[in-house]
Write a protein of this length. Structure first.
Length: 253
């Protein structure tokens, strides 16, 4: 099964309404995504680090997530300075390093890390079932929410079926090569995977009907917006306004 690496235990943010956290994280991410000034981007990253510190997440797990994302961003650091048009900042083995490419890569790095840290602090610790319930309260289409929940709940079943088919093929002496037989076998494996997944989905649905499922999930937890939620939303709103003022150069006095 998919593990939930982050936990809300002993966290200040765990007492906030999950719907409020989703709205705050989404609003902050949208604001950070449109920033271009490095003063505003640096402030956005600092705010994200502060929010992460308040959440009390495991630093090792956070670093692993950051390494996974920044390994992809490193690719842009290689490509953009070499391919982006503009004046050369310097030359590396007679290759011009674009100033605009370096600036764009730095902006992407700051934006992505700020957004990721806020989502790790606010969204990642929410149990998936609670996350679906919060999305439904935010008027996200119910079918989309249920599709998300069921995919999360039963994706490991498809993985089990896949491993069964692979073991069966290996027992019959299958060894992947670059020939027609391999292509046909892989196509058969994919087709059988869809067939078995469809049959398993039918059995799961019948089991849910037998247990009284009427097209809606219910949560045992009841969430209400508290004073702490309002204060947190207000502070996040102030942070977003401050970033906007830094971005567009609005004077404080």
């Amino acid at each position: 099964m998919i593990s939930e690496a982050f936990s809300e235990e002993n966290s200040v943010l765990c007492r906030l309404d999950p719907g409020v956290k989703i709205v705050m994280a989404s609003a902050y991410s949208c604001a950070a995504a449109v920033l271009k000034q490095f003063s505003a981007l640096s402030a956005a990253l600092i705010i994200a680090v502060i929010v992460l510190a308040i959440s009390g997440q495991n630093i090792r797990v956070v670093v692993k997530r950051l390494l996974a994302v920044n390994s992809l961003i490193a690719l842009f650091w290689v490509l953009l300075p070499l391919t982006y048009p503009g004046d050369a900042l310097f030359y590396l083995w007679s290759l011009p390093i674009s100033r605009a490419g370096v600036i764009l890569s730095a902006q992407m790095t700051l934006k992505s890390n700020a957004i990721l840290l806020v989502f790790i602090a606010m969204i990642a610790p929410i149990p998936f079932n609670t996350l679906g319930y919060a999305l439904e309260r935010l008027r996200v289409p119910r079918k989309l929410v249920y599709l998300l929940l069921m995919t999360y709940r039963y994706i490991f079943v498809i993985e089990e079926e896949y491993h069964k088919l692979i073991r069966a093929a290996k027992i019959r002496g299958f060894s992947p090569k670059t020939d027609i037989h391999t292509y046909r076998t892989v196509a058969w494996l994919v087709g059988m995977l869809f067939v078995r997944a469809s049959k398993r989905a039918g059995r799961v649905y019948q089991a849910m009907i037998c247990r009284g499922f009427k097209g809606r999930f219910y949560s045992l937890q009841k969430f209400e917006i508290s004073r702490m939620d309002r204060v947190s939303a207000l502070l996040m709103g102030i942070a977003i306004i401050a970033l906007t003022m830094l971005e567009w150069g609005v004077r404080w006095s």
